[in-house]
Design a binder for this molecule. Structure first.
Ligand SMILES: [Zn+2]
Length: 618
């Protein structure tokens, strides 16, 4: 629970609603992972509360990096003004504005972490590039919706660095850019990507609105995107237009970070996305395949998440806690649409799409945690799950509304197609629910009932019961009706698919979860064991280190050989593990060989899955 500062405490603010806060961000020390920031607030004498953004939109939790906010100094002219942190709300700062003072200056610094995981509060800068998220570099006055707060930002980048952002530019001079004034909401929704190694590609030349792919990296070599990939991203722009029928942005900017030293994730914005992948993503086929869905997912959020937003996530400021109960729509539908837009755009192939879907289905179908935790609870508890560790993941369940959301929305799509005899599909739902007029960003909140009504307008059915049954279920198995209904079957074979191997390479682990029941990092650390799987039954726990398999030092090849040998005889596989200072030998009784998920065709039914991933645009 979060204490909310009473609105009365900010009566001192803003004599004129439109007088902007002047924000100057100096990022010239970004290569040393320090950001300097200065704000001039128009004020009136009296009590004033300034807030540091806590609930970061898109991160679905109170993730504002308050511990990295340092160097707070408040002045009126040459006079220092004392400040006190609120004793309960660590994100609140109280000052008393002296009589006769109509503006104060607040200076803060921000420490950018190095090689840290997480989301936007993870590592965001190297000596060569930086992702600059405004929410980390500013305070705002309590008591006014952020849509109504006006900020005018300028930014100084390291000498010679170039930049990209959806925030409209007023003037540029040397290494300093003055942005046009905007609401605080739009400012924080418009991060800046800047780098010494920078390139911008126009993805919709000659048409409106504009779409740009900005690339920033630790090297020039990493910017050499193959021409065919540029065509696929251009096609992604066409496919989103064909799917949704309208665009709710002035222009759209992919901010693609290519670095092995920034946190890897994607964060959606209304007119841009902050997309972070390994340095060689664009020039290494395996890496590219392993993350091909990222940009389609984040762009889909401009419609599903930013324009149409669950009511509980459409908060007036960054203090009010968000409610994640509809994240199975916000993230689950985005996951489904992003995944089908990927082959529609040519960013992956139908075969790779089916491999992704098979891995998703197997993942959620094998989670023992489904028997205590319904999918709904993973959404409701989202703010606790993004930071959860990966050990005993199938018992805990993580943010399963992504993968299981994909299955539910696939089943919805298949049902609409079947019930309408092929005349309707989820594409029609997207056009109706996410379409409308073109133009500037706006937010249209929705409830569960709004989703049900919109589905019924496309194809009458008891959608409320259909959805609630899947959301509230404690069935041990996943809803696979979308796969079987679309003419395919989930099976396991002894051969891993291409995408499975790509993901193992990219994430630097060995995944034998459906055979011996383990995921093992490249140094031998057991990242996780499957509850009830052979390794766990033998006594192996997460976090121990696998030292040897059948008396030979562990390597992935030695383990695969041992699984193959055990399939031919009845001897257990001996695994020597180290747990702290103690060594143990466990005997794993497993003799069914390697097992990897795949989809195979069920010729008794029409192939709706192939129809679903067929491009819409001409
Ligand atoms: Zn997302």
């Amino acid at each position: 629970m979060k204490y909310l500062i009473p609105l009365l405490m900010s009566i001192a603010l803003l004599p004129a609603q439109n007088a902007p806060v002047e924000l100057s961000v100096d990022a010239t020390d970004a290569p040393r992972r320090l950001i300097h920031s200065s704000m001039v607030f128009p004020v009136k004498p009296g009590e004033l509360t300034l807030l540091y953004p806590q609930w970061v939109p898109g991160e679905h939790g109170p993730t504002g990096p308050i511990a990295d906010l340092v160097g707070i100094r408040v002045t009126a002219g040459a006079t220092a003004i004392p400040w006190q942190r609120d004793p309960v709300n660590m994100y609140g700062f109280h000052v008393t504005v002296p009589a006769g003072v109509n503006s104060i200056t607040v200076k803060i610094d921000f420490i950018m972490p190095a090689d840290a995981g997480g989301f936007s509060s993870g590592s965001s800068a190297t000596s060569e590039m930086a992702v600059l998220n405004w929410n980390q570099f500013l305070l705002y006055p309590a008591g006014t919706p952020t849509d109504k707060l006006n900020y005018r930002a300028n930014l100084k980048v390291p000498r010679g660095w170039r930049y990209g952002s959806a925030l409209p530019i007023a003037t540029e001079s040397g290494d300093t850019v003055q942005f046009q004034p905007s609401s605080l909401t739009t400012l924080i929704d418009s991060p800046v990507l800047s780098s010494a190694h920078f390139r911008t590609i126009d993805l919709s030349p000659g048409s409106e609105p504009k779409h740009y792919l900005h690339l920033a990296s630790d090297s020039d070599a990493a910017l050499e995107i193959p021409p065919a990939e540029v065509e696929h991203y251009k096609k992604l722009v066409l496919e989103t237009g064909a799917l949704f029928g309208a665009r709710h942005y002035r222009d759209y900017h992919f901010l693609l970070s290519l670095s092995d030293h920034v946190a890897h994730f994607g964060l959606e914005h209304h007119e841009s996305s902050d997309d972070r992948v390994p340095e060689r993503f664009l020039i290494d086929d395996s890496l590219r395949r392993s993350e091909s869905y990222l940009l389609p997912h984040e762009m889909t959020h401009s419609w599903n998440g930013k324009f149409r937003r669950p009511a509980g996530l459409a908060t007036p400021d960054y203090e009010q806690p968000m409610k994640g109960d509809l994240l199975w729509v916000y993230e689950g539908l985005t996951e489904y649409l992003g995944e089908i837009l990927t082959p529609r755009s040519g960013l992956s192939t139908p075969e790779l799409y089916r491999e992704e879907l098979a891995a998703t289905a197997a993942d959620v179908d094998n989670k023992v945690g489904r028997q205590w935790r319904p999918l709904q609870d993973t959404a409701t508890a989202a703010q606790t799950l993004y930071g959860a560790r990966g050990d005993y993941d199938d018992y805990r369940r993580g943010v399963d509304y992504y993968p299981e959301g994909t299955l539910i929305w696939l089943e919805t799509d298949v049902l609409i197609r079947q019930l309408s005899n092929g005349s309707k599909s989820l594409n029609d739902f997207c056009r109706a629910f996410h379409g409308g007029g073109n133009g500037k960003p706006e937010v249209k909140p929705y409830t569960f009932n709004d989703i049900v009504t919109a589905l019924n307008n496309v194809q009458p059915y008891d959608w409320a019961a259909f959805l609630r049954k899947r959301l509230d279920s404690t069935d041990p198995h996943a809803p696979l009706g979308g796969i079987t209904g679309s003419g395919w079957k989930l099976i396991y074979t002894d051969t891993a698919g291409q995408l499975w191997k790509d993901v193992e390479t990219a994430r630097k682990y060995t995944n034998v979860t459906y055979s011996v029941g383990m995921k093992i990092k490249e140094d031998g650390t057991v990242a996780d064991v499957r509850i009830g799987g052979p390794a766990q039954q033998a006594g192996i726990a997460p976090a121990v280190k696998l030292i040897a398999v059948n008396n030979r030092a562990y390597t992935p090849a030695i383990l695969h050989d041992a699984i193959a040998k055990a399939a031919k005889d009845s001897a257990p596989t001996e695994m020597l593990v180290r747990d702290g200072e103690v060594f143990h030998t466990f005997r794993v009784n497993y003799h069914a060989g390697e097992r990897y998920p795949h989809l195979v065709r069920d010729e008794s039914k029409p192939d709706l899955l192939t129809a679903i991933i067929t491009p819409l645009s001409k």
